[in-house]
Design a protein. Structure first.
Length: 157
């Protein structure tokens, strides 16, 4: 059976958490402690302005969403794909959904933060038109995360 991109339900929480945990194991030092650091994953429908999952039946193979911060800024959040579906264009589809939403609310820019260890993701974001701003932030979390900041300016149509 094929994969389907759909709006997330709170019942997808365990699958989303499992997906992100699998992705984190690919990177030395990445730790996922949902209750301590990522409680929004327990209720994605209420925690994000929009959130989508890529599912094969009930197995979650991808996810991504956004937060609308108002003032013309939308932030891309939690874009993760299982290795089995990478390269299939799904990340692009999710990113384009976020961009479409941003335009629909009159946003002039999209932004995101990405762990410095996620090198392949950085290449993807840059191909999608995001520019690394030079800003970084340290999260002081269990993973000792430092993140790069990216921005994409939107042409208002």
């Amino acid at each position: 059976m094929g994969v389907k991109l759909r709006r997330a339900r709170n019942a997808d929480s365990d699958g989303v958490i499992s997906l992100i945990a699998r992705v984190f194991t690919e990177y030395e030092g990445c730790v996922l402690d949902v209750d301590l650091e990522e409680p929004e994953l327990r209720n994605p429908v209420e925690s994000f302005t929009r959130f989508w999952v890529l599912a094969r039946e009930e197995e979650i193979l991808g996810c991504g969403g956004l937060d609308d911060h108002g003032e013309g800024v939308v932030q891309l959040k939690k874009l993760y794909l299982d290795p089995s579906v990478r390269g299939g264009g799904y990340a692009r589809v999710i990113a384009q959904l976020v961009e479409k939403y941003a335009r629909s609310v009159g946003a002039t820019s999209l932004e995101l933060w990405s762990d410095t260890r996620f090198v392949a993701a950085h290449g993807f974001y840059e191909r999608m038109g995001y520019l690394r701003t030079g800003r970084t932030r340290e999260l002081h979390d269990l993973s000792h995360t430092t993140e790069y900041h990216y921005v994409k300016m939107l042409d208002v149509r």
